[in-house]
Structure formats: structure tokens, C-alpha cells
Design a protein around this ligand. Structure first.
Ligand SMILES: Cc1ncc(C[n+]2csc(CCOP(=O)(O)OP(=O)(O)O)c2C)c(N)n1
Length: 552
């Protein structure tokens, strides 16, 4: 009888369930799983820190709709991966962490790297389990993958003690469940669809908000048709950008604060009323705002603001239903509505002030000039990973997307350190696309060592570090007594670009628009990843506010 071990069962089951990429760091007791994954045709990407590996796995989930896997050793390795579990939990992205664990019969004895792993994962996962036998590994993996993508997507954790990974069983006795189908796409109640359209007809100041839920459910065709049919003004959440092209004439993103503050009916397309949307509450929203809320999770309906109409189900299906209803009884927001003129005026004024900052050729540069260069040179369809405070916020208002799922950032959890892992994930699943990883100097520091990973796999990534020597508001010099320095300060003009040269990549340190332009052009042409360290004006700001894009 041919025998098969636990490691192979794990890898084969993952592959059969459509898991194509695994990020991880090997050691006791998971070496065998990584080798087995390679044998079974899963792309294994060896990372430098489990946090980055876990962020990468979740980004694969978002970008492909099938979870990425993260493989970690017992104890500290698994604990590091909780970073990714929590980020996936906040973003509602599917991922699966495969954690090695100490030998079962040593439980409680103070075994090497023994930790309460199953309990630790539970808070941030949809499902957490330790398979009870090798024979049942395929069933557990199928359930894990299915749970991660069905309903509201999220993270799952499976715990594998050393003895289970090494266990051998007769291959003939193993049964592998069929690949779990793509998630069901539930429709909303037809009567609620009619109510939603009735409410829209009464709106004087309507607004559509497009969230990353719309991007995740691949609803771009339906959302675009809805916007065209209704001619409603819209704006996108940071990762909802591109579901409808950012530069569509109906986009009121540059007039965000006014649009949110004065809308009387808001249509939420896979966007949550959390902190990013100011909870839907005054003073940032009108007191009596009515919402038409579409969400895959019933419990999200009415959070912070009771929904006037709650449509529970898949966004692609439900916007399709709205479009069908609109075909039968068309509704178009009038071209001459006063709301349009009010919004357009604000959009124009704000666009002009941003344009002035983009065109400012001063040396050292401000954020806007840096991002203008990226916007002008980035090949169409580039994926932008942006991370930092001002770096992330300002990049969002300058870097435009025509297509969905081309922007990744710190997301709903505001997690610094996701950037390099997510950029690596994007480059691995989209080798045909250019990835541009825009990092504040602080943000870069959280996971900078992953440039070695990017170089080792020769990934198509250009790292741009927007360097103001600091967390958030920049500083120009450090006092002699370093312990009296601002808590946000870092080394002045640090040579981050030198790091990548040790791994075969190219480093550039630039200060002027011309230097940046030339370096960026060269970096886009290079086979290997590059770091461009842009020394910007440390006093550069968006506006006095903390999150520029929240207040425009
Ligand atoms: C894991 C984590 N730790 C700390 C923070 C707090 N934080 C918010 S933004 C930020 C860095 C901002 O500085 P930088 O990346 O240099 O971007 P800048 O605003 O200077 O452009 C930090 C540390 C966080 N959001 N996440």
C-alpha cells in the first residue's frame, strides 16, 4: 500500500481547493509542508518575517478571490502571523494560516515553542481548528477554504502538531473532497429592490459610495452600468478606487467632505460606515441621512446608522438586480439638479488646489510633485501599494485608477508594515503587471527586509520611499542628545536605497524632480527591483488635517 504523510495531505488538499500561493518561513515542524507544497504545484514564497508572509497571503485572497496560504512554525512564528489574521479580519479578506505546533503528547510539558495557538487565532478568524487525524486533513482544508470565502470573507487558522504532519496513512484510505465551488452570490428581496429605487427617486442630494467590497465581488460591470443608468454622483473608498474609473465625470472624490456632509440619500456599495466613513454620523454626515446599504453580511446593515433600505447579499448580484429594475422603470438623476452644480464647483476648486501642488517644482519636493511623476510614468494597469500616513493619504488623491483591485494600502485596520508583503503578493499573482510600492520612510521600516524577497524572486516592483525622516510630520535634524529627539524622528537622510544593492537590486537617492523622473524611468525598465529614496521637504504637508483624503 502506498503511504502518504500529513505534510503531503495538507499540500495536496490546498492545491485541490484552489490555493495557488503559499508564503512562509520554514523551521520546526513545517519544513515538510513547504517541500510538499512545491511538489504539489503550489508556488512557495520564502519570506523574511511571518507578519509580511501573513499580509501577503491575505492580499492574494483579495486579489484573486481564493485564499493565499501562510505557513508558519510553532510558537513565535504563529504569533507573528496573528498580525496578518487581524489585518484580514479587519479588511474581510480570505486567507488561511497553516501553523505548525509542538508534538501532541508533549502538550502542557513546556515543549519547544509550545503556545495556545488555536485559542490565540480564534479572535481574528472565522474558523480555527486542529485536525483530529491525518485521514481527515483534506476535509478540514476544504472547510477552511470554504469558510474563508463564503459569506463575508475572512481568515481561517489550522493547527498541525508535528506528529500529525509526520503521520503516515494508506493513500487508498484517503478521500479528497471536491474543490469547493466559488461562493454563492445571493440576491436581495425583490420588494426591497423596488423600495431602494423608490427612495432614490425622492433624493435631492444623492451620493453613491463604492467600497472595496464592490472590488472584491468583481461587481465593476454592474456598478459601472448602475452609475451610467442613474447618472448619480459617486466617490470611492481607498480600495474601492477604479471599480468605476477614478476620473469618470461623475466622480466627486475631490469634493468628498461636501458630498458626505450634505447628501440626503447615500447608496453604500460594499462600503462600511466605520471610521473611514466617519460612522455615517454628524458632523461629517447629515443628521437625517438615509442609507441604501448593500452588504454581504446581514449584521453590517444598520451599523451606526439605521438603514432606510438594507439589501443583504452579493454586491454583483444585487446591483445587477437594481440595473434590471432600472431597465423596466428608468430613473436618472436630473442633469440640471442644483446638487450637481454645488458638487461640481467644489470638485473644480479642490482639483485646482491639488493641481497647483502637483505642479510645484520646488526643491526639495513635496508629496504631490512626487506622486505626479508616478502618475505620469506608471504604465497603464500598474498596481499601487501605498503605505504611510501622509504618503498613503495624498497618494490616494493623486494616483488614479481605471480598473479595480489596482490599489492596496493599510486598509481598514490602518496597519503599517503591510506594504512590502502586499506588494510581493501582487507581483506574484500578477507577474504581467508593474507594481509600485510607495512607502513612507516609517512604513518602510516595518518590513524593509522583504526587499531581499523581492530581489530573490526578481519581482516586478519599484519601491519608492517618500522620506521625510519621520513618522508623519517630518523633521530636519536630530538634537545631539538623541533621547531628547522628537519621538517620531528617524535618521536624517537615511540611505535606505543602499539596502537593496546587497541583494542585486538598484538604489537611487534623489532630491529634485529631474533626478526622480530619471531614476523612476530607469527603475521601470530594470529587470530587478529598485529602491528610489526620495528626500522630500520634511515640512511638506497635505493640508493641516491629519488624514488629507478624509477631509477634502
Ligand atoms: C502597526 C502600526 N504601528 C504604528 C502605527 C502608527 N502609525 C500611523 S502612520 C505611521 C507612519 C507614518 O509615517 P511614514 O510612513 O513615514 O509616512 P508619512 O506620513 O511621513 O508620509 C505610524 C507609525 C500604525 N498605524 N500601525
Amino acid at each position: 500500500m502506498a503511504q502518504i504523510d500529513g505534510a503531503t495531505l495538507i499540500a495536496r488538499s490546498l492545491k485541490q481547493q484552489g490555493v495557488e500561493v503559499m508564503f512562509g518561513i520554514v523551521g520546526f515542524p513545517v519544513f515538510g509542508i513547504a517541500f510538499a507544497a512545491q511538489r504539489e504545484g503550489i508556488k512557495y514564497v520564502g519570506m523574511r518575517n511571518e507578519q509580511s508572509a501573513s499580509y501577503a497571503a491575505a492580499a492574494v485572497g483579495y486579489l484573486t478571490g481564493r485564499p493565499g496560504a501562510c505557513l508558519v512554525v510553532s510558537g513565535p512564528g504563529m504569533i507573528h502571523a496573528i498580525a496578518g489574521l487581524s489585518n484580514a479580519w479587519a479588511n474581510c479578506w480570505p486567507m488561511i494560516v497553516i501553523g505548525g505546533a509542538s508534538i501532541t503528547y508533549q502538550d502542557g510539558q513546556g515543549a519547544f515553542q509550545e503556545a495556545p495557538q488555536v485559542e490565540s487565532a480564534r479572535l481574528y478568524t472565522k474558523w480555527t481548528a486542529r485536525p483530529d487525524s491525518a485521514l481527515r486533513i483534506p476535509a478540514f482544508i476544504e472547510q477552511a477554504v470554504r469558510t474563508s470565502i463564503y459569506g463575508r470573507p475572512g481568515a481561517v487558522y489550522l493547527d498541525f502538531p508535528d506528529d500529525l504532519i509526520a503521520a503516515k496513512v494508506d493513500e487508498a484510505e484517503v478521500s479528497f473532497p471536491a474543490r469547493c465551488p466559488e461562493p454563492p452570490r445571493p440576491h436581495a428581496e425583490p420588494s426591497e429592490i423596488a423600495r431602494a429605487i423608490e427612495l432614490l427617486r425622492t433624493a435631492e442630494r444623492p451620493l453613491v459610495i463604492i467600497g472595496k467590497g464592490a472590488a472584491y465581488s468583481r461587481a465593476e460591470d454592474e456598478v459601472r452600468a448602475f452609475i451610467e443608468a442613474t447618472q448619480l454622483p459617486f466617490l470611492s473608498s481607498p480600495m474601492g478606487k477604479g471599480v468605476v474609473p477614478d476620473e469618470h465625470p461623475l466622480s466627486v472624490a475631490p469634493g468628498r467632505a461636501l458630498a458626505l456632509g450634505e447628501a440626503d440619500v447615500v447608496v453604500l456599495l460594499g462600503a462600511r460606515l466605520n471610521w473611514i466613513m466617519h460612522f455615517g454620523l454628524p458632523p461629517r454626515f447629515a443628521d437625517n441621512v438615509k442609507t441604501i446599504q448593500i452588504d454581504i453580511a446581514a449584521e453590517e446593515i444598520g451599523r451606526n446608522v439605521p438603514a432606510a433600505v438594507g439589501l443583504v447579499g452579493d454586491l454583483k448580484s444585487i446591483v445587477g438586480q437594481l440595473n434590471d429594475a432600472l431597465e423596466k422603470t428608468p430613473f436618472k438623476f436630473p442633469a440640471d439638479a442644483p446638487w450637481r452644480a454645488i458638487l461640481n464647483e467644489k470638485v473644480e476648486t479642490n482639483k485646482q488646489s491639488v493641481r497647483a501642488m502637483m505642479d510645484d517644482e520646488s526643491v526639495p519636493m513635496g508629496y504631490y510633485r512626487v506622486f505626479r511623476e508616478i502618475q505620469e510614468q506608471a504604465p497603464p494597469g500598474s498596481i499601487i501599494q501605498a503605505e504611510g500616513a501622509q504618503t498613503m493619504d495624498i497618494s490616494r488623491s493623486v494616483l488614479m485608477h481605471d480598473e479595480p483591485r489596482l490599489r492596496l494600502d493599510a486598509g481598514s485596520f490602518g496597519t503599517m508594515g503591510v506594504g512590502l508583503g502586499q506588494a510581493i503578493a501582487a507581483a506574484v499573482v500578477h507577474p504581467d503587471k508593474q507594481v509600485i510600492c510607495v512607502e513612507g520612510d516609517s512604513a518602510f521600516g516595518f518590513s524593509g527586509m522583504e526587499v531581499e524577497t523581492a530581489c530573490r524572486y526578481k519581482l516586478n516592483i519599484v519601491f519608492v520611499i517618500v522620506n521625510n525622516n519621520s513618522i508623519g510630520g517630518g523633521i530636519k535634524e536630530l538634537p545631539l542628545d538623541r533621547f531628547a529627539a522628537p519621538p517620531s524622528g528617524y535618521t536624517i537622510d537615511a540611505g535606505y536605497e543602499k539596502m537593496i544593492e546587497g541583494f542585486g537590486g538598484k538604489g537611487y537617492k534623489v532630491r529634485t524632480p529631474e533626478e526622480f523622473s530619471a531614476a523612476f524611468k530607469q527603475a521601470l525598465d530594470d529587470e530587478m527591483p529598485s529602491i528610489i529614496n526620495v528626500l522630500i521637504d520634511p515640512s511638506a504637508r497635505a493640508k493641516p488635517q491629519k488624514f488629507a483624503w478624509l477631509t477634502q
